[in-house]
Write a protein that binds this ligand. Sequence first.
Ligand SMILES: *Cc1c(COP(=O)(O)O)cnc(C)c1O
Length: 466
Amino acid sequence: MPGPADLRALPSVDQLLKAHAVQPVLDQHGRAIVTQELRLVLGEIRDAVRAGGALPDTAGIVASLLSRLSYQDRSKLRPLFNLTGTVLHTNLGRALLAEEAIAAAVDAMREAAALEFDLDTGKRGERDSHLREILCELTGAEDATIVNNNAAAVLIALNAIGAGRQAIVSRGELIEIGGAFRMPDIMERAGVGLVEVGTTNRTHARDYIKAITPETALILKVHTSNYRIEGFTAEVAGADLAAIASQAGVVLLNDLGSGTLVDLSRYGLTKEPTVREAVAEGADLVTFSGDKLLGGPQAGFIVGRKDLIAEINRNPMKRALRVDKIRIAAMLATLKLYRDPDRLGARLPTLRLLSRPQADIRAQAERLAPEISALLAPNGYTVETTACSSQIGSGALPVDTIPSAGLRITAPNGTALEALASLFRALPRPILGRLQDGALVLDLRCLTDEAAFMQSLKQGATHAPA
Ligand SMILES: *Cc1c(COP(=O)(O)O)cnc(C)c1O
């Protein structure tokens, strides 16, 4: 019987760092990290050899080193296939940017730009100036400002206009939008007293009118983004609220949430209130997100009356919530696409994906199903095409779904199905579907790079749990 391998034959870290096979690894990763990882690899080998394992040769050691380094190199933020059926998935980063926006962001990253510098006068300029004009043009508002996201927009608007005073909100609109964004908490942090009016399902004009006192700074209208109250309901129309607010000399702030700049029915979707409509109805301020239906990078907009926007811009929070040049560049490029509504549906990924016809997606599913079935069938999985329903996501049209199509994968048992879902998540380019009714459903609405998807699946299938 052979004795345990001789550990003295194991090369040292210094010897390995000089080895020919390690030079390309050093070039790619640098000396510090390679030295550190080699120590760990050698430690593992020593343990394995003491436990009776064989001594690997240099090629084997380099292979272990490379596998550690490639695992570490892998970012959790790497691109993935969003086949969940939720197009604007908050946990997956919401809107995908248009090529024009990506190019503008890349330029802004690489070079200096006149972010707060006026090229005409040679004097200090304003960060918001780049977006103000086009925002006013697209919304009909007098003035506009931009902050980190819509939660920030609501927070700073409330604080700037209402700190130390009160805001009136309908009980039907005291929303929570995932995580920590609850309207009552935001108001508290903004230093604004909350005055609730009406009931959960019905709020009338007289409820607002009765609640107005000298302490009232504003009326807040909130788009009920992620739920809908149905049945015996009443809410006060924006135009009526605007009349009430203006009569009382208080500000009407309309938090639209997703907010869209176009009539979505033009793209085959259900109409959502547009920012232009909210402004035209008479809201003094309107807040909305940049990365929901608008389809740009994360941002929050406040548009409306010039004097109020000036007040918001003077608020010290503005500096804390400001947006960097990369996002401003990407946002400007995104907004410019709205100047050409005829081509918007093709150029803006959010609209392109949301308006993709079901027949098109079904054809894709039928085209891919046989090959995917051949890959997964040996391990006992069944793949069939299926109709399914996509959602817009991010609190736009919460109850509406869009007819879609995809693949329905079933397994001999629940453990095997979970195992497949987890294998898909661990791929170099993860595939995320939706576990539903004992199947893993891949909604193909957002699948654009078919070749990369098939390549990912093949990688997965070779490791598929039996
Ligand atoms: C989404 C949403 C917000 C928060 O916007 P973020 O851009 O996620 O910060 C606030 N209000 C409403 C009504 C929303 O739908």
